[in-house]
Ligand binder design. Sequence first.
Ligand code: E4P
Length: 218
Amino acid sequence: MKFFVDTANLEQIAEAKDLGILDGVTTNPSLMAKEGISGTDAQLAHYKAICDLVDGDVSAEVISTDFEGMVKEGIALSEIAPNIVVKVPMIKDGVKAISHFTSQGIKTNCTLVFSAGQAILAAKAGATYVSPFIGRIDDISWDGMNLIEEIAEIYAMQGFETEILAASIRSPKHIVSSARSGADVVTCPLSSILGLLKHPLTDIGLAKFLADHNKANS
Ligand code: E4P
């Protein structure tokens, strides 16, 4: 399973990369706004900075909601670097844009996916990645992980090659459950990745090993 970090913050991306486990990055317009990046030139420059930092795929989202606008934006984004993945929302023109990008050899990430039906459409359009938002589904008291399992079952049965990118991850537990449910990729805040490190018995065990070593070597 691949690990992406879900942020536009360069320090956090560098910290995740430094761990040696980073396979890529996802961003969205909210995450870009959070970094105070506004205006097309600044956005393109920021995506370039992320692509320069990371070897793996970097998702950059289009803002347009019509086919022509998405194609224009997506082409400009794809020209930033070879590792750019054009992120397109699951709407009618989005599906059409994904099909178009697929025919042009441009990688895509179909975002804002909340049902198996939407995931089937994304795969039919040839999306490189499909992003079911599990945290937002849990937020409305539905079961986000159930959706990952459902999509994984359908894609395996039908031979779809689109990778399942579990998004809207809110905790280390979400990462573990995504791995068990058949996700190909998880995109998470850095805090959730770092949360995987933690176990009280590890801390207790390490303290004991070091204490015993120090006693024997004093
Ligand atoms: C996915 O690509 C999105 O950027 C992201 O995972 C959304 O997460 P949120 O629901 O925490 O905003």
